[in-house]
Design a protein around this ligand. Structure first.
Ligand code: GLU
Length: 316
């Protein structure tokens, strides 16, 4: 790839089940942002964690059905083991890794102390002596477990640029980069694989906004140019909780069962973005140029799952 190769936008779902309307809306926005800014658009299946058999294929079929296309092969994250290990080696050689022997319960107990931000790693294993490490490692091994690896973060915060949220400064914790079970942590894999796919525009739901500074910092430590970001609103249920399958007919599969076509679902997503009459993703991309994309509201999209065919559907 030469220096003229354009950067890419991307969509990177975890194949834990069917995509819901919020995921489809994020995918359409990621595709629209990429196409409207002259970028390639790539897909990645993030299958190092929550995987349901067959879900990845169904997700790709749904994305194609709403009219998205993508450049090059879909990257499957579980095939990237060596690249993730190479990145860990690079951090290790730079003195930026340490073993952590804590269980979740240990961390919960330590962070229950006053003045500790919730979820913040309390630094328990940061500065242990080598004999102490050997003792803790052996203790874990006796229970059939191995230590996790954490980043020895050289800074405590980092600033990213988001097209919708502006400059966002957030914490960089000594976060986990390899889990105790040997799998790369999401925060490592996402950075290494976005770098590999030349992603320079990360569009995703804004529940990940506060992970972005740590990810951009890690990218820099790995010699990967940090991407720009577009964190779009999350979809929520009428009760205000993150949208989930149990909320009702929120996937193309369930909507189909009620007489909705994929085009009807795209029409609904379009209306939520102020676009009338859309039937495919291209209709939405045509209606939304970059100023319009920047002006979209930042409030969550409240999805009230239907119990009937769309109003325009012919009645039986
Ligand atoms: N795989 C993550 C998810 O489906 C998204 C990660 C990302 O876009 O960075 O929630």
């Amino acid at each position: 790839m030469n220096a003229d190769t354009p950067g890419a936008g991307r969509f990177a779902p975890s194949p834990s089940g069917d995509l819901h309307l919020g995921n489809l809306r994020t995918a359409i926005l990621a595709w629209t942002w990429a196409r409207r800014t002259g970028r390639r658009f790539v897909l990645r299946v993030e299958d190092i964690d929550r995987v349901r058999p067959g879900a990845a294929e169904r997700q790709l079929a749904d994305l194609a059905e709403i009219g998205l296309d993508w450049d090059g092969p879909v990257l499957v994250q579980s095939t990237r083991h060596q690249a993730h290990e190479d990145a860990l080696d690079r951090l290790r050689r730079a003195g930026l890794l340490f073993e952590c022997y804590c269980s979740r319960a240990d961390i919960r107990r330590a962070t229950a102390a006053p003045h500790t931000p919730p979820g913040h790693y309390p630094g328990t294993c940061l500065d242990l002596t080598e004999p102490e490490r050997a003792r803790r490692r052996a203790e874990l091994a006796a229970r059939g477990r191995a230590p996790a690896l954490r980043l020895r973060a050289p800074v405590s915060e980092w600033t990213i640029h988001d097209e919708l949220h502006g400059e966002v400064t957030g914490p960089v914790d000594h976060f986990v980069v390899r889990r105790g079970d040997g799998a790369p942590a999401y925060n490592l894999a996402v950075v290494v694989d976005d770098g590999f796919q030349r992603v320079d525009q990360v569009t995703r739901a804004d529940d990940l906004l506060f992970e972005a500074p740590a990810q951009a910092c890690l990218a820099t430590l790995l010699g990967i140019p940090p991407p720009g970001y577009v964190h779009v609103p999350l979809a929520v249920s009428p009760a205000g909780a993150r949208l989930a399958k149990r909320d009702g007919a929120v996937t193309l599969f369930d909507l189909r069962g009620l007489g909705w076509s994929a085009a009807d679902a795209v029409g609904w997503i379009g209306r939520s973005l102020g676009v009338r009459g859309a039937r495919t993703a291209a209709d939405i991309a045509e209606a939304l140029d970059v100023p319009a994309l920047r002006a979209l509201p930042l409030a969550p999209w409240v999805v009230d799952p239907p119990a009937a065919p769309p109003p325009s559907a012919p009645r039986a």
